[in-house]
Design a protein around this ligand. Structure first.
Ligand code: NPG
Length: 373
């Protein structure tokens, strides 16, 4: 059994190729926390999907940094060994903070798999070496600009288009895209911006042949999602509402959705994401892999997950170029057929490039086992 030696926190900042606007705001830069762990056997990397502000969830970069530095790192150093299973148990004593936990657990898993020479995809039981990719399009300034973006992404090969919507920028936009492209896989994502009084908006969208309507209502409101689902033919999908396998099971038992978006960072890391996948697969519920504008570190994890058997719908696993002119890792590239290769090297299969770390890291803090003993 290997021992934990050190954990390093790094804050990185990368400009996005174009601003990304959702119903809760606009981001122009990717700013996130990376975790690098060292055991006596190997090094591992993880990416925290929190952002600067607690808008998508209650977590945010500064909070995640402190949760990791002051609670998760000491719990890992104090555990009997450095393994993933031991760390998961040790972290049960820290309530909430799934994004912070995911960053550390994923780094520990990467180190463990790197030491044993196993790829993350193989460890997860992935059954394909390429995944079909979709793209998520932020709220555009005009319908024309949106149609232009849709055309560009379809020309690049993306096989499913997801449109962000918000009250007032919804039915007409979606109809315009549907009219221009009657046969594409098309979905919408409201990021919890509506309530049940907006049912007429969803009834109007219901006729547009969408693959799904994602997270229309408040993230804590499974009961009203079930009411809305009963009114619509289109499948609802939940994202923000699903923070664990318990949430996923509750949502499905209530009929609050028929599709689940799995974001490993939102549910506390790869091991819990696997449990959500397994629970959905057992019920025959389709899942797909969401995205949080990850750098190549988080993207590598998403690609491995998306290659698991239950991931039957194209997800938000887009190429590096959709987000960054220059990623932190070697870029992930979309093939003309709209697929991307799943990493095959041990662990997550990628490392940040030293030159990119020099350019993008704005702060780092190294904590060694024994520092505070
Ligand atoms: O391609 O990684 C991506 C982005 C996919 O739309 C996407 N993500 O609500 O799912 C979301 C949204 C998001 C991005 C949410 C960043 C929070 C932060």
């Amino acid at each position: 059994m290997s021992r934990a030696r050190a954990l390093e926190l790094l804050h990185v900042e990368l400009p996005l190729v174009r601003p990304f606007r959702t119903s809760f705001g606009e981001v122009t830069h990717k700013r996130c926390v990376l975790v690098r762990v060292e055991t006596d056997a190997a090094e591992g990397w993880g990416e925290c999907v929190a952002d600067e502000r607690p808008d998508f969830s209650g977590e945010f970069n500064e909070g995640a940094w402190l949760a990791i530095r002051d609670f998760l790192a000491p719990a890992w150093f104090g555990a009997a060994d450095a393994s993933l299973a031991t760390a998961e148990r040790a972290f049960e004593g820290v309530r909430g903070n799934p994004m912070a936990k995911a960053a550390v657990l994923d780094a520990i898993l990467d180190a463990e798999l790197a030491a044993s020479g196993t790829s993350l995809a193989a460890w997860l039981g992935a059954d394909r070496d390429r995944v079909v990719c979709g793209v998520s399009i932020g709220i555009a300034p005009t319908t024309e600009a949106l149609l232009e973006q849709v055309d560009g992404y379809l020309a690049a090969g993306y096989r499913r288009i997801k449109l962000k919507i918000e009250p007032g920028t919804d039915v007409d936009r979606v109809r315009a895209v549907r009219d221009a492209h009657p046969d594409i896989l098309l979905s919408v994502d409201a990021n919890a911006a509506y309530d049940l009084a907006d049912a007429d908006t969803f009834r109007a969208i219901d006729g547009l042949g969408l693959l799904m309507i994602e997270q229309p209502l408040h993230h804590e409101d499974l009961v009203r999602h079930a009411e809305l689902q009963a009114l619509l033919a289109t499948d609802l999908c939940l994202d923000e509402s699903i923070r664990s396998v318990a949430d996923a099971t509750a949502a499905l038992e209530l009929g609050a959705c028929r599709i689940v978006n799995i974001k490993q960072g939102r549910v506390g890391g790869v091991p819990e994401a696997r449990r959500v996948h397994d629970a959905c697969l057992a019920r025959g519920t389709p899942v797909w892999c969401g995205g949080m504008l990850e750098t190549g570190i988080g993207r590598a994890v998403n690609l491995a997950l998306a290659a698991m058997p239950g991931f039957t719908l194209p997800g938000d696993t887009s190429a590096s170029a959709r987000y960054f002119d220059d990623d932190l890792t070697e870029p992930f590239e979309l093939a003309p057929d709209g697929t991307m290769a799943v990493p095959t090297e041990p662990g997550i299969g990628v490392r940040p490039r030293p030159d990119r770390l020099r350019a993008c890291v704005s702060r780092r803090e190294l904590i060694r086992a024994g520092d505070k003993e």
